[in-house]
Design a protein around this ligand. Structure first.
Ligand code: HPA
Ligand code: ZN
Length: 335
């Protein structure tokens, strides 16, 4: 295992499922709360960690939205994003595709421009200082209305050159992809790629809806698709990638024992599974910790680890040339 851990830590990787607001570590949360004079209900890192015990997605989301309340200024979004990229550089992550939740900020009176300017300034610095390439994905909050999503899409249009795709996150149950079919149709017509969280807590039908109605180019989570054999065949045949988040599934109790995590089964079924961290500051691990957790609990081989990493590059929204360059780096590393 020690050899495999070392192999994982030095392996070139891509992350495709990361909520930038979910990378807010307690120390930065405290610093920003002080700087911006925002009250938070925690006094110490220990109190924060005690609060990070979740029994489902909604439990987590309540704390997640509270945490992001310290983000007010462009510099705050910059520091949040640059801290994440610094961590990724340490973990040998060479490409990232990150989500942001504009409605989590605009609904608090923070302008869309403040959010996206801070994030993209950090992404540009990440490229310059660390050589990390990136794409940005705008997520609609599915517990809010279709109208609110349309308004957010309209706000994003002036920034379309900075945004690769739209996505769908937040409370899944009761908010099926069908609620946003028209918004996604418009976003696709405007030239955005599409992803959506589906099958994290929601039923396999939500996964089918994401494919049929939102026409997603990639699926976020997708775990519960395994309950429907016809859907599994469809996902295997189409090679639509799944951005799987092992420690997130464990922390949100979708998986109660890491030894029962479905990612190995997904690979065995021919699904294009990738490894990601989701909200690393809340779920106890970034990319390497996620790879290590599944490798240990599922006894993954070096070949399986390399396959997962390769899937990450193949499932990215990069050009074929860019993908091939990253895969060549991975192959050179594996050899
Ligand atoms: N699921 C759904 N919405 C989210 C998540 C998640 O894991 N993290 C941040 N928003
Ligand atoms: Zn997510």
């Amino acid at each position: 295992m020690d050899d495999l851990k070392k192999f994982i830590r030095n392996m070139p990787k891509a992350e495709l499922h990361l909520h930038i607001e979910g990378s807010l570590e307690p120390e930065l949360m405290f610093a920003l709360a002080r700087r911006n004079k925002v009250e938070i209900p925690f006094a110490t890192v220990e109190e924060v960690q005690d609060a990070y015990q979740f029994s489902n997605l909604q439990d987590f989301l309540d704390i997640y939205y509270q945490g992001m309340s310290v983000l007010l200024k462009e510099q705050d979004f910059y520091e949040l994003t640059f801290a994440y990229l610094t961590k990724m550089q340490e973990q040998k992550v060479i490409h990232v595709e990150i989500f942001f939740d504009p409605q989590g900020h605009t609904d608090r009176g923070v302008p869309f421009a403040t959010v996206i300017d801070g994030i993209t300034r950090a992404l540009n610095d990440g490229l310059e200082k660390y050589g990390i390439t990136s794409k940005l994905i705008l997520c609609f909050l599915r517990h809010l209305s279709e109208d609110a999503a349309f308004a957010t899409l309209a706000e994003a249009l002036p920034y379309r050159d900075r945004i690769a795709a739209v996505g769908l996150d937040s409370s899944e149950m009761g908010h099926p992809p069908s609620k946003f079919a028209r918004v996604f149709e418009k976003a696709k017509a405007e030239g955005f790629l599409a992803v959506a969280h589906a099958g994290e807590e929601g039923p396999p039908e939500y996964v089918s809806e994401a494919l049929d109605l939102l026409k997603v180019d990639r699926l976020d989570h997708g775990n519960r698709a395994l309950e429907d054999t016809a859907l599994v065949t469809r996902l295997a045949d189409s090679q639509i990638a799944l951005t799987v988040c092992p420690l997130s599934n464990y922390k949100l109790a979708g998986v109660t024992d890491m030894r029962a995590h479905p990612i190995k089964k997904m690979l065995d079924l021919g699904l294009k599974a990738t490894v990601n961290s989701d909200d690393p500051a809340y779920f106890g691990g970034y990319m390497n910790e996620n790879f290590e957790a599944i490798t240990e609990s599922l006894n993954l081989t070096k070949e399986e680890i390399l396959n997962l990493a390769r899937n990450g590059f193949e499932a990215s929204f990069c050009s074929d040339t860019e993908k091939q360059a990253m895969i060549s780096r991975l192959e050179a590393y594996g050899a």
